[in-house]
Design a protein around this ligand. Structure first.
Ligand code: HEM
Length: 385
């Protein structure tokens, strides 16, 4: 441990001075003894997604190797055959893994995004009902429709009439948050109301995600672990933020338990009612689920929509085509659920927007055994891909 600290505090700064990293360093990234590619990673820390995308593009196989200090090497791929190999054909070989579990545990606990095996399977099976055609139709026709007509559209109409500038990303995050809470827990946090109430929960959630993600980028996990033990800096803030998030999740859980106790038959089809009424009442388990679902649905949908509208603003011709298509396909009664399937241009535009600006740009898995990828690259056990 002492050696590691010495290395961090003494040798690494010297290496940085000698090699003077530049953020526009040419790719493929150069690798040095001991620190691997770390000096390029550090220099590009403000643009890591773009930098790793460039590294992938510059590799003939579309798979790049990142060498990090202390053996924390990473394989990064943008090769569709490799992605299929990892996420589908060899699903059991590539798991979330212990390292990732430890990094994300403070925030996600044992929620679906942070577990493997039977724990994952159970949550996946219970969740699958939410994605049935019946549930999705109910979600679109009742939850989203109400949120749109009673909250989002009136707010934007008023802003347009008064020539007020709105922070569209903030508005869409509120929109997504209300929707996901109503869909998954049948709970209305009413974030997208005209006064735009200050959402301490949202700030806590953003901080917790940012700090948890930063843990992946530290030169050695020792750094964040020491800060956590000492309860200082970002780790102190993470602890506070997670406590706030857990209190919120607990509130939702207690209301749901009460509701399920009071009703002999379940009236709602929301995810949380299913979990609670199927006998899963452990407080930690339920709060982990609540947090995972907010994590799943809030920033993904709102990031996708924010980039989409930004791209439409930059491409008015595409906007006109979309408006034309929607007006042409809309049913006389205004229903849209079946009609959207015919909106091919709108669908393609959304796909292109998510290709250019992926709402989930990184999805990491750990190899549980040595493996050879379809592009011929060798992956060693324990490596994060
Ligand atoms: C634009 C919107 C969205 C995007 C881009 C997106 C993307 C993703 C990605 C990349 C994964 C990881 C897949 C994997 O590693 O195999 C994932 C998992 C998941 N997403 Fe989404 N998502 C979106 C919206 C939602 C919404 C609205 C929900 C609703 C609750 C949701 C629920 C989930 C769940 C439960 C999982 C875990 C699945 C599992 O581990 O089996 N997502 N999503």
């Amino acid at each position: 441990m002492l050696e590691a600290l010495l290395l961090c505090s003494f040798i690494l700064p010297l290496l940085f001075i000698f090699f003077r990293p530049k953020s526009d360093a040419k790719l493929p990234p150069r690798s040095y003894p001991l620190i691997g590619n770390y000096h390029s990673i550090y220099a590009n820390r403000h643009r890591l997604i773009q930098w790793t995308s460039d590294a992938v593009h510059n590799s003939p196989t579309l798979t790049a190797f990142l060498r990090r200090p202390f053996g924390q090497n990473r394989v990064i791929t943008g090769n569709p055959a490799v992605v299929e190999h990892i996420l589908k054909s060899n699903f059991s070989t590539y798991q979330k893994g212990l390292n990732s579990h430890n990094i994300l545990f403070d925030l996600l606990g044992d929620g679906i995004f942070n577990v493997d095996g039977d724990q994952w399977k159970l949550q996946r099976q219970l969740s699958s009902h939410v994605f049935s055609t019946k549930s999705l139709r109910h979600f679109v026709e009742h939850v989203v429709d109400t949120e749109l007509n009673e909250r989002l559209l009136p707010m934007l109409t008023t802003a347009a009439a008064n020539d007020t500038v709105v922070d569209l990303q903030d508005v869409l995050q509120r929109f997504a948050f209300d929707n996901i809470c109503k869909m998954a827990f049948d709970y209305d946090p009413a974030c997208l109301t005209p006064s735009l109430p200050h959402a301490t929960f949202a700030v806590a959630f953003e901080d917790a995600i940012r700090i948890s993600t930063e843990r992946f980028h530290t030169i050695t996990p020792l750094i964040w672990k020491i800060k956590r033990v000492l309860n200082i800096g970002s780790e102190k803030r993470l602890k506070e933020a997670v406590s706030e998030i857990r209190q919120f999740a607990l509130k939702i859980m207690n209301e749901k338990k009460q509701e399920v106790d009071d009703t002999s038959s379940i009236k709602t089809v929301d995810l949380l009612s299913r979990f609670v009424s199927s006998g899963h009442t452990d407080e930690n388990f339920i709060t982990d689920i609540v947090i995972s679902y907010i994590f799943a649905g809030r920033d993904t949908t709102s990031a996708a929509l924010t980039w989409f509208f930004w791209l439409l603003w930059k491409n008015p011709a595409v906007e006109s085509e979309i408006v034309k298509e929607i007006n042409g396909k809309l049913a006389a009664d205004g229903s849209v659920y079946d009609e959207v399937k015919e909106m091919v241009y709108t669908h393609a535009s959304l796909c292109e927007s998510m290709r250019l600006y992926p709402p989930v740009p990184v999805d990491g898995k750990t190899a549980t055994v040595d493996d050879v990828l379809p592009d011929g690259n060798v992956v060693k056990k324990g490596i994060i891909v």
